[in-house]
Ligand binder design. Sequence first.
Ligand SMILES: [Mn+2]
Length: 315
Amino acid sequence: MIDFNALNRAIEEADSIILFHHINPDCDALGSQFGLKSWLNENYPDKKVYACGTMTSSQGEWPASDAYDEEIIARSTAIVLDTATAVRTDDQRFMQAQKVVRVDHHPISEPYGDVVLVDPKAAATCEILSAYFRFAGKNVSVRTAEFLYKGLLTDTLRFSTTNTTSETLKEAAWLAEKGIDIPSLNRELFDLSMNEFRLTSLIRSKVSIEACGFAWLIMSEHEQQEYGVSGSEARGHIDEIGHVKDFKVWAMFTERYIDEGTVYDGSLRSKKAAVNSIASLYGGGGHKNAAGVKGLTHSQLQEILALLKKAAEEE
Ligand SMILES: [Mn+2]
């Protein structure tokens, strides 16, 4: 179990708290950051709280991030949310803070932080924060609850992934009791724009399917430009091929031009196989059934396709 008292102490002792998340934040990173900010503002009005970092998520609506500088970092306690390794934090200056608190649900691959609250069984960082807010017993507004619910809903793909547990649903139920608008949050997070609708048609049309149950596609740089999406936005639609009975392992790669040539970033998914161990061979990582890699050369891409196919065959 994780030690909520340690988090409580770190918060109580800090006059200034600065919240960081990982690069390319997803809704769990943003939901945990803005959920914690809103809870802190409402319950500790005398503390200064800053939500930092880039807001690149195309999913959902989020407040703007706060302005901050090195002086603010130096006098603050940093809370780093949803970030597996220090280098993935989207501002490395978090290490200059008075104290670093890590709240996360990714397995500990690298220890960092003075206070570490990591629960790899939690489906989302928002699940850990919800349990913490329940523990702390202070006011949880609808606004705070909605931020956390958004992180829970997205990291579990609407409560459908293997990491969804009874604890996840208990936290979701507790957040729902605060009066959140469940259908409108679902629409905000999952309804497609017309362009996304067209993009999903392209994704489906490009899939190569191996008899062993491995499905994959590569989206070219040209196609990303044509549809006006970044590689990570395009790969965000991998779930489009994630609901096919015959698929055991599936992957989507996006081409990216760099000075040295063309590289490939990939999102890897499976029903059973440990795709994170395949990703880690190429400097990537993630969860057992959902992992990512970046910057593969063309020959590495061929290798990883062969490994993913093998993983599907061996199942
Ligand atoms: Mn997460």
